[in-house]
Design a protein around this ligand. Structure first.
Ligand code: M6R
Length: 364
């Protein structure tokens, strides 16, 4: 049932090219640059969007916020469901509430959905599990079609959720007239490339390199993860993944925040994973890397293939295939998953059944 893999988590990591194909299939139209999502909501009918989720799904929502605001120019806020449901959220009929969930059963997210509905919001789900509780209460569901996810640590659901947000951002941007045809088509092509890029990110020599790095630092007590812009959530997700399966303490920050506190943590014992793939902010990220290095921190840089220039600022480099910046979180997440996975296995942890965790959190 694990298809020859040692664990469900590893199987699901390797299923990502197929999962992404299934998220995208039939939804992208090259000729027109349009996406077809079979959503009945009117994309021009709301003035604000609230994204609500927990855990990894919340981090997918943070990428969604970035993509939707950039491409559709609608104000978006992202909330942790357990906070949203109790904070008397400002919701009206021109709010679109988007709930994000792999299981469709997480109680906090379900209750937050009910709260949003009570105040008249239109509701849309980005959901994996067919026919789950949330889908029965939502106005509309954009299924991610990632297939069953058994490993407690979410992997393929995350990358499929982020891809679904790319689709939503394209759909909203085109329908609301904020995304021009040329950029629309460019992003559509970049999105279509994702299964192939993720396949490439999983090439044996790349995985082997990540495994070596994971083993090298597996004795660390703490880890820091940094990223900027659309890849700040990639850092958050990387830290969560490492924590939940390896039990190594990890923190994550938007890289520009480092100098406002966390920089005090840096010494020669602290590995710092920095997402530094192609970006209009790359220069700034590299200067953050230099700040880490100047304080003897150990830099593990995630760089785009061929970036030997910036490799000299790092102690260790994980190269990932070139991707358009807007879809790069999906490719970069794979490196994060593999780093966490191989750290946990190097430490002999049971990755499919991490202590104290359940796959679906149906209690408050
Ligand atoms: O089923 P959901 O997507 O609603 O679950 C949300 C979180 O419980 C989940 O993502 C959790 O954080 C995972 N263990 C992360 O790997």
């Amino acid at each position: 049932e694990k298809g020859g893999y040692d664990t469900y988590m590893l199987k699901e990591i390797y299923e990502q090219p197929v999962a992404l194909t299934n998220t995208l299939i039939g939804r992208l139209h090259d000729e027109t640059g349009e996406v077809n999502l079979d959503i009945n909501l009117n994309p021009a009918s709301f003035k604000r969007i609230s994204i609500i989720a927990c855990g990894t799904a919340y981090y997918a929502g943070l990428v969604g916020e970035y993509l939707i605001e950039q491409l559709a120019r609608v104000p978006v806020e992202v909330d942790v469901a357990s906070e949203y449901r109790y904070r008397s959220p400002l919701v009206s009929e021109d709010t679109l509430a988007i709930v994000v969930s792999q299981s469709g059963e997480t109680i906090d997210t379900l209750e937050a959905l009910r709260e949003a509905k009570k105040f008249g919001a239109k509701t849309l789900g980005v959901i994996n599990a067919k026919g789950s509780s949330m889908t029965r209460e939502l106005d509309d569901t954009l299924y991610i079609h990632a297939g069953p996810e058994i490993g407690v640590a979410s992997t393929k659901a995350y990358t499929s959720m982020v891809s679904a947000f790319m689709l939503l951002a394209l759909w909203l941007g085109r329908a609301r007239g904020t995304l021009g045809e040329d950029l629309g088509r460019e992003l559509l092509h970049a999105t279509r490339e994702l299964p192939r890029l993720v396949e490439e990110a999983l090439a044996p020599e790349r995985v082997e390199k990540i495994k070596q790095i994971a083993e090298k630092y597996s004795g660390a007590r703490d880890y820091l993860f940094l990223g900027r812009g659309v890849n700040a959530p990639t850092a958050f997700e990387g830290a969560l993944k490492l924590k939940e399966i390896s039990y190594i303490h990890a923190e994550a920050y938007a890289a520009g925040e480092m100098k406002h506190g966390p920089i005090a943590l840096i010494d020669e014992h602290l590995p710092v994973v920095v997402v530094a793939t192609e970006s209009f902010l790359l220069e700034k990220t590299i200067s953050n890397v230099q700040e880490v290095r100047a304080r003897s921190g150990k830099v593990i840089a995630i760089l785009s293939d061929g970036d030997t220039e910036n490799a000299r600022h790092a102690d260790d480099v994980i190269y990932v295939p070139h991707a358009h910046e807007m879809v790069s979180p999906i490719v970069n997440a794979v490196a994060m998953q593999l780093l966490a996975y191989h750290t946990a296995t190097a430490l002999g942890k049971d990755v499919d059944k991490p202590r104290n965790l359940a796959k679906s959190v149906t209690v408050e």
